[in-house]
Design a protein around this ligand. Structure first.
Ligand SMILES: [Zn+2]
Length: 323
């Protein structure tokens, strides 16, 4: 068992009409929860690390924990840098043992994005690492990446072939209406259902179809694809939390995307809300608790259940390691 690139994972996922979950890791409990869930569901999985996670937990700890997870769970893992902002951070992760990096040049012009992405691809491929690029701009907040709704833009399908051909990138993140964070949409972008919960505008499947037509067989990535399940938001709010109008992408839309060209779906906020709800509940039920293993253990269990649910009901990747 080893750290592997996403190449074979994506080829199988494309052919099998499912997607691989890319879950953000920040500490030992989250890594254990994701890898135990993947091993039990016999699902491939990608562990991804943001610049913020590297700052918080440090590169060597995350790399060490990922390698420990491979030994303990007995499955291959891909270790991916999420939203590399420049060549230097990508190089640092490639040199530091990651198997995959994202270079996010979406804030630059088309030509600048191509030049930057190509530079990272050349370095990565020479070192056995794969690269994800991005075209289009997602709204929302993820660690250091902040884009307002007004500055966001859908991917232009007419640009994807040129981008992929000229950069040599291995997968491509596109913007079709997903958004980063737990507050993906403002009230004026949404309608409200009978329970008063915000209902976001549907994903732009027409863009995804057009991209798929222009890049047959090429793996597409969706960022900002947490669903922010309302039962967890309600639990957090009822236990002293304050997450008004937190809302995500409906899971049935993500399942549909996973059956199309989307081979990687990024999930971070749903891990956070699951862990937060469980830890809040633990402290409310056991106010005298002060052993971190107890409340972090409860958080870890909740994350594991969330990841299993995503693998089975959203990604459709369960059992894929047996095929
Ligand atoms: Zn992202």
């Amino acid at each position: 068992m080893a750290l592997v690139t996403t190449k074979e994972m994506f080829a199988k996922a494309y052919a099998g009409k499912y997607a691989i979950g890319a879950f953000n890791i920040n500490n030992m409990e989250i890594i254990q929860a994701i890898c135990d869930a993947a091993a039990e569901e016999k699902s491939p999985v990608i562990l991804q690390v943001s610049a913020g996670a590297r700052k918080y937990a440090k590169h060597e700890y995350l790399l060490g924990l990922a390698n420990a997870a491979i030994k303990d769970s007995g499955i291959d893992l891909a270790l991916h840098l999420d939203h590399g902002a420049d060549f230097e951070i990508c190089k640092s992760c490639i040199d530091g043992g990651f198997s995959s990096v994202m270079i996010d040049g979406s804030k630059w012009s088309f030509e600048e994005n191509i030049a930057l992405t190509k530079k990272v691809v050349e370095y990565a491929h020479a070192h056995g690492c794969v690269v994800e690029g991005e075209l289009g701009k997602l709204a929302g907040i993820e660690d250091d990446v902040k884009v307002s709704a007004a500055d966001s833009s859908y991917t232009r399908p007419e640009e994807v072939e040129e981008f992929v051909t000229r950069t040599g990138v291995d997968s491509l993140a596109i913007a079709i209406g997903t958004s980063h964070g737990a507050y993906k949409f403002t009230a004026d972008q949404c309608t409200r259902n009978a329970d008063g919960v915000l209902v976001p505008p549907p994903l732009r499947f027409d863009i995804l179809e057009e991209v798929e037509k222009r890049l047959p067989g090429f793996p597409i990535v969706l960022h900002g694809a947490s669903s922010v399940p309302q039962e967890f938001v309600k639990k957090i709010n009822s236990l002293g939390g304050k997450m008004p109008d937190a809302v995500g992408i409906p899971e049935e839309q993500l399942r549909k995307a996973a059956s199309m060209a989307v081979c990687k779906i990024n999930i971070d906020s749903d891990i956070r809300v699951a862990m937060t709800a469980a830890i809040r509940e633990y402290f409310v039920e056991k106010p005298s608790a002060f052993d971190p293993r107890e409340y972090l253990g409860a958080g870890r269990e909740a994350v594991k259940n969330m990841v299993k649910h995503k693998i089975v009901d959203v990604l459709g990747s369960n059992g894929a390691l047996e095929k």
